[in-house]
Ligand binder design. Structure first.
Ligand code: 2F8
Length: 217
């Protein structure tokens, strides 16, 4: 038996063993840290992604958000936000335009801002809109498109697919005229006239009201 043969079995094995036992805690620690970091990164990415997806982007020409305390008791300590320049009412935000165009373009303009032409569901909403028109335009008479139109005479459809409900419709007396040339609807505003909807040709240029769900944070 030479020297090497004598030393190897007795010394090499313990030496390797002790080197492993010195490294193992570090390897374990580094691995644990790496796993923890990876898990935290994944968690943060998921959270960030969720919270980003939760909030709407602003319409292009809106400079920022305007938030008010949420009045609803069930949502205490939360805020209701509308893009600046939009008006809040209940759970929605409303945009009253400064320019006028046909119905189709009006709807496209609203959808370009992530909204739709206004859908009026209640007497309270109709009252709010009348008041806002009075305040903003201060005009004797003005036409603004709403999100109601018909493909065929009498078959009224709301822009967001809400079913049309005759009991929550606010037509002017003797309207709609049910003329096949008048398939789009405006609010034909006159001061102190509550029921003011009128069917008109879709090609006429009118102001518009866009509506979108308010952002709650
Ligand atoms: O009120 C009757 C009638 O008045 C106008 O036509 C003369 C309206 N047209 C427009 O506002 C473009 C009709 O819709 C209305 O029925």
């Amino acid at each position: 038996m030479n020297q090497q043969e004598r030393v190897s079995p007795g010394t090499a094995a313990p030496a390797e063993g002790s080197s492993c036992s010195r490294l193992s805690p570090w390897v374990l620690l580094v691995s644990a840290l790496a796993v923890k970091t990876a898990l935290m990164t994944v968690g943060l990415v998921v959270l960030f992604h969720r919270s980003c997806g939760q909030y709407k982007t602003l319409p292009q020409n809106a400079p920022g958000w305007h938030c008010i305390p949420n009045g609803s008791a069930s949502q205490k300590d939360s805020w209701k936000c509308c893009p600046e320049g939009w008006r809040p009412f209940q759970e929605s935000c409303y945009y009253f335009s400064d320019d006028w165009m046909p119905w189709n373009e009006s709807q496209q303009n609203c959808s370009g801002m992530g909204s739709h032409l206004v859908v009026i569901n209640t007497k309270a909403e109709q009252a709010f809109i009348n008041k806002e028109i009075q305040m903003k335009y201060q005009r004797e008479q003005i036409n603004l498109y709403i999100g109601l139109r018909a493909q065929k005479v009498g078959q009224w459809r709301w822009a967001d697919q809400t079913p049309y409900n005759e009991t929550a419709a606010f037509w002017r007396p003797r309207e709609p005229s049910d003329d096949p040339n008048e398939l789009c609807v405006v609010i034909s505003y006159k001061k102190d006239v509550f029921r003011n909807w009128n069917d008109v040709p879709c090609r006429i240029h009118s102001y518009r009201i866009c509506e979108n769900a308010a952002e709650t944070i």
